[in-house]
Design a protein around this ligand. Structure first.
Ligand SMILES: [Zn+2]
Length: 292
């Protein structure tokens, strides 16, 4: 049965959504968080709540509308999920066209756009007016693992709700131990050893891998400062030796490229990219970024 209780943790967020649902709910909301699965769960429950026919707390889980929403057959609920793919302007036009028609079943129509950070700028611009002045029956729920990737003009039109960060299961020390052989291999231009170290990283649980990548980005930032002759107190002192080697081996602009690429990888991991794809990215893509 679809309900807020079936969702993990986030007690404060549940309370504020339920309070908002009891009043005049905003027509455009942005849910952000690093856990795609939890984000989708919250968006689904919220969509069901907006369509629910109950006079009591929503979603009731038992009315026809709730059941249709749960089964994914509600005619007034559109869920856009293109995974990692770019969301293009034709999608934005389709959404606008759908929302030009009054809803079938009840008084509202809900559009959920998952991974909204993948809306390209043209698509975001095409949706702007729709998000700003939607028809009275139209509700939009955007979910984003990286809300900062959205245009400020889009973000400012949404009421924002954030999920609690998922607990990283590794400490910085563990992450540094995992990363040391990898960074050393990059500094030595050894793609074969990068592969071996990346395979070890691949065994890290998904949620923890984001924490590891956070440490990797901090180490790369240290290397960028060193390479530019601007030594600063390191963010990752445990990787001091490896970042110094990296700063000597890789040109500063390429280190920045690697830093950006790790950010892209975080997005892929949070959208459940296959483990093999992550290993491949840490091996051949990083090698190309650094040396070719
Ligand atoms: Zn209901």
């Amino acid at each position: 049965m679809i309900s807020f209780n079936s969702l993990p943790g986030n007690a404060a967020l549940k309370r504020s959504l339920q309070n908002a649902l009891a009043g005049r709910f905003p027509q455009t909301v942005l849910l952000s968080g690093d856990d795609s699965e939890a984000l989708s769960g919250f968006a689904d429950v919220l969509a069901a709540a907006l369509l629910c026919e109950s006079a009591g707390p929503r979603p009731c889980g038992v009315c026809l509308s709730c059941r249709k929403a749960e089964e994914g057959i509600h005619p007034d609920l559109t869920v856009v999920d293109e995974g990692e793919n770019e969301l293009k302007v034709d999608l934005a036009r389709r959404i606008k066209a759908e929302n030009a028609i009054i809803p079938n079943d009840g008084p509202r129509r809900v559009t959920v756009i998952r991974h909204a950070q993948n809306l390209n700028p043209a698509a975001q611009n095409a949706l702007l007016k729709e998000l700003e002045e939607p028809p009275a029956f139209a509700f939009f729920i955007l979910t984003a693992e990286q809300p900062d990737a959205l245009l400020e003009t889009v973000r400012s039109r949404c009421l924002k709700f954030a999920l609690e960060p998922s607990a990283a299961a590794v400490t910085d020390g563990d992450a540094a131990a995992l990363l040391a052989p990898y960074l050393a291999a990059v500094a030595e231009h050894r793609e074969d050893r990068m592969m071996r170290a990346a395979l070890a990283l691949e065994k890290t649980p998904r949620r923890a891998l984001l924490g590891v990548f956070g440490v990797l980005q901090a180490a790369l930032r240290d290397a960028v400062f060193l390479a530019n002759g601007l030594p600063q107190p390191p963010l990752q002192p445990a990787l001091r030796e490896q970042t110094a080697a990296l700063a000597r081996a890789v040109a500063p602009a390429r280190l920045v490229g690697m830093y950006d690429f790790v950010g892209v990888l975080c997005g892929r991991v949070s959208r459940n990219a296959a483990a093999a794809a992550v290993t491949n990215a840490l091996t051949s893509d990083v090698y190309r970024i650094c040396f070719l």
